[in-house]
Design a protein around this ligand. Sequence first.
Ligand code: SF4
Length: 157
Amino acid sequence: MHTLTCPNGITSPPWKLTLGDGHPRLSVLFPRKPCRECEDRLKCTGNVDGKGRHILLLTEPQQKIQSQVRKDQKASNWQRRYAIRAGCEATVSETVHAHGLRHCRYRGLAKTHVQHVLTAAGTNIVRLSDCFPPGTTPASLPRPPSHFKRLCQRLPT
Ligand code: SF4
């Protein structure tokens, strides 16, 4: 039977196995009364509806994996390998946070694919516009005359 004790010395009831975002988690719910009366309540929990402090913990196998991965991430070897992904991660983050790629606007794979392609194209356009801020665009070549204009001016084709 596992319990948690908070910095103010309040001990939780035993942890309970639950689901958080569809994954197994350990739920720790501190008793209401001492949490309501606690002077540090606002610093401790964003919970404003009068319940006790609620904490979700990873199960032991997941916690071990997470601890090991966090330890590995500090090694220079890991950081060197991760640096290869840095540009890719930034692009994924940009499409998700700036262009809403995580939410599909349409139903069906075909339309979803179109959304992905258009989002990628839009991302490229935004990046290109950053390469040439206003006033710094390279001089463009004059547009060739259209067929109709050639016809009107009797220009050779
Ligand atoms: S709000 Fe509850 S859990 Fe947080 S410090 Fe106070 S008594 Fe402890």
